[in-house]
Write a protein that binds this ligand. Structure first.
Ligand code: NAP
Length: 161
């Protein structure tokens, strides 16, 4: 299982229900990695997608504790165990834990590979990804620096220690 995220230099991922920066190159990278595969998101992250709709061309699994919650073109799960059970039907497809903070934290130990886009700047934020550097995770691959809208960032791939 994989996780995919974009973080700032403090491992922040979001503020006020949205992302920290608009990086078209990162959105393209995210699409390349996840298209045709499975993403697992929390209910709040689903609501942050354009129009509050699932991302097209991917299986969208959404976590909520609300028994009445329904979302078109999504598989709705009420617990982590239900997600893990549903994922058995997608053997052969890549699975990406795709946020937000609550979901990344719960699935951290289930992931082997972490696709981390790291921004070389700090933003005001209210949601964070676990600090993989502090946890001793290893960078296995790193792209050259990119720059968009005056923001420098790199694509990194981490593995668990
Ligand atoms: N930078 C990035 O890569 C990235 C990626 C994704 C999201 N984000 C940002 O992160 C923020 C949203 O993240 P968040 O942490 O606030 O929310 P979230 O993780 O997207 O959603 C939290 C909700 O998920 C449901 N949930 C989580 N675990 C559950 C479980 N075990 N069982 C049942 N339901 C569960 C609950 O929904 P109910 O309340 O409905 O019960 C919970 O309130 C936004 O700012 C977004 O832009 C950033």
């Amino acid at each position: 299982m994989n996780a995919i995220t974009v973080v700032d230099e403090n491992w922040a991922i979001g503020k006020d229900g949205g992302l920290l920066a608009h990086l078209p190159g990162d959105l393209k990278y995210y699409k390349e990695k996840t298209l045709g595969n499975v993403i697992v998101v929390g209910r709040k992250t689903l609501e942050s997608f354009p129009g509050g709709k699932p991302l097209p061309g991917r299986t969208n699994i959404v976590l909520t504790a609300n028994p009445h919650f329904e979302a078109e073109r999504c598989i709705v799960c009420r617990s982590k165990d239900e997600v893990l059970a549903k994922l058995q039907a997608f053997d052969g497809q890549e699975v990406f834990i795709a946020g937000g903070a609550a979901v990344y934290q719960q699935f951290l130990d289930d992931c082997d590979a972490f696709y981390v886009t790291k921004i070389d700047a700090g933003f005001a934020a209210d949601r964070y990804f676990p600090n993989l550097d502090a946890l001793g995770y290893q960078v296995r691959w790193e792209s050259p620096a990119q720059e968009e809208n005056g923001i420098r960032y790199r694509f990194l791939k981490y593995r668990r220690p």
